[in-house]
Design a protein around this ligand. Structure first.
Ligand code: MLT
Length: 410
């Protein structure tokens, strides 16, 4: 008789963004005239750049001619894209990443979720709290999180490293060694959801900690394009020793607007070994077995991001979202809110008004101001009492939302 993976039964409710979407749809159905502004999920709103669109057309034309048609591509991605990534995202910053350490994929969400495949189910996992829920839920599915306690909002086998006002929502390495030390540590900078960034010293402390305890850092850099401060590292590999303890995830979603097109990459350095086994070889085996490659035309579009005009056009997209984040940040501050992020990140993290719970504040914004955001508690127990807004809306909607918040009415 077939048996299911019972870990799925332990998952609470639905995935955070599905729940936010469900409540938004229910409100709109009940109030069809309401002009609801969505600043919840971090989905882009500006169209693809002209250079990406031209690349898609070129790729489609090639696929329609017998002499240029392509079937299965290399699962790890075409060399033209892996070389562009190695040269522009890494070599240009003085970081040595080889094309065969880069695995092209269909999203950082997929890869941060799937990376657990190459790790033992008994590994102890540490996450920052609040945290992008994919890291937690996928480890729960794999049986690494233990059991969920709805009273505390915590999984009993996960190690939570709280981000708080006291540490500026940039948690440092915990004081855990020996038996209690984590084996896998998820980090995300610029951070989703808090929009905060870790500086060089902060990242070095994490790398030193991981090397000392033999843990692997799973570093999500999906938002690195939003870093404006020249002193903030864009890659974990800017830190010496990181190539022996860290895997890095990047995405074309938030810089080039590929949320609907799907392309990302994961760097697994060849020097990174666990128990003498190369994680690059393991991930290569996993990736080529379970994945048949990102579509050729999508990879062409991703490569166009690295052309001179592509870089300029992509920078303009990022600049527009950063400006939105700045508008939200300043508007909230003027309205008396305490805020974080929104400077090196498209996300603005705020303390709810009048000590409201995150979901009460969600309801208040939705019903009173017709604005959808994301409740901080959905990102983990330390997010309770906080809330996330995104700069990914249109400029018009961003301005309208800020006006509503300032006035306290629609
Ligand atoms: C978010 O809103 O946190 C992101 O859009 C989710 C994602 O990138 O999967």
């Amino acid at each position: 008789m077939a048996r299911i993976n019972e870990n799925y039964l332990k998952l609470p409710g639905s995935y955070l963004f599905s729940e936010v979407g469900k409540r938004r749809r229910a409100y709109i159905e009940a109030h069809p005239d309401a002009e609801v502004i969505s600043l919840g999920i971090g989905d882009v709103t500006l169209p693809l750049t002209p250079s990406a669109v031209a690349a898609l057309h070129r790729g489609a034309d090639e696929m329609g001619r017998a002499e240029t048609f392509r079937g299965y591509g290399p699962e790890q991605g075409y060399m033209f894209l892996r070389e562009a990534v190695a040269g522009t995202d890494f070599a240009a910053r003085g970081i040595g990443v080889e094309p065969d350490e880069i695995f092209i994929s269909d999203g950082a969400k997929s890869d941060t979720g799937n990376i657990g495949d190459i790790f033992d189910a008994a590994n102890k996992v540490a996450v920052c709290d609040p945290v992008y829920p994919v890291y937690v839920d996928t480890n729960a599915m794999a049986g690494r999180a233990g059991n969920y306690d709805s009273a505390t909002g915590r999984w009993d086998r996960l190690i939570y490293i709280p981000g708080t006002e006291a540490n500026g929502f940039v948690p440092g390495a915990p004081d855990l060694y020996g038996e209690s030390a984590p084996d896998m540590i998820y980090l995300c900078f610029p951070n989703n959801p808090t929009g905060t960034v870790a500086d060089r010293a902060g990242l070095k402390a994490w790398v030193d900690y991981a090397l000392r305890i033999g843990a692997v850092l799973l570093f999500d850099a999906a938002y690195e394009a939003y870093i404006t401060d020249p002193d903030i590292p864009h890659s974990i590999y800017e830190i010496p020793g990181a190539d022996e303890c860290a895997i890095e995830f990047r995405s074309f979603s938030k810089n080039a607007g590929f949320t609907g097109l799907r392309c990302s990459y994961t760097v697994v350095p060849k020097k990174l070994k666990v128990g003498g086994v190369s994680l690059n070889s393991l991930w290569n085996r996993r990736h080529s077995t379970k994945f048949n490659g990102t579509p050729y035309i999508v990879q062409l579009a991703a490569a166009s991001v690295y052309s001179p005009e592509g870089r300029e056009q992509t920078a303009a997209l990022v600049g527009a979202y950063l400006e939105n984040a700045g508008i939200i940040r300043r508007g909230l501050e003027e309205a008396g809110y305490k805020v974080w992020g929104g400077i090196n990140s498209p996300y603005v993290w705020l303390k709810t008004a009048d000590g409201m719970s995150s979901w009460d504040f969600f309801d208040y914004l939705l019903t009173e101001l017709n604005i959808v955001g994301t409740p901080g508690s959905g990102f983990g127990p330390a997010g309770e009492g906080y809330f996330r807004l995104t700069g990914f809306g249109s400029r018009e909607n961003t301005l309208r939302a800020v006006e509503r918040i300032r006035n306290g009415r629609i």
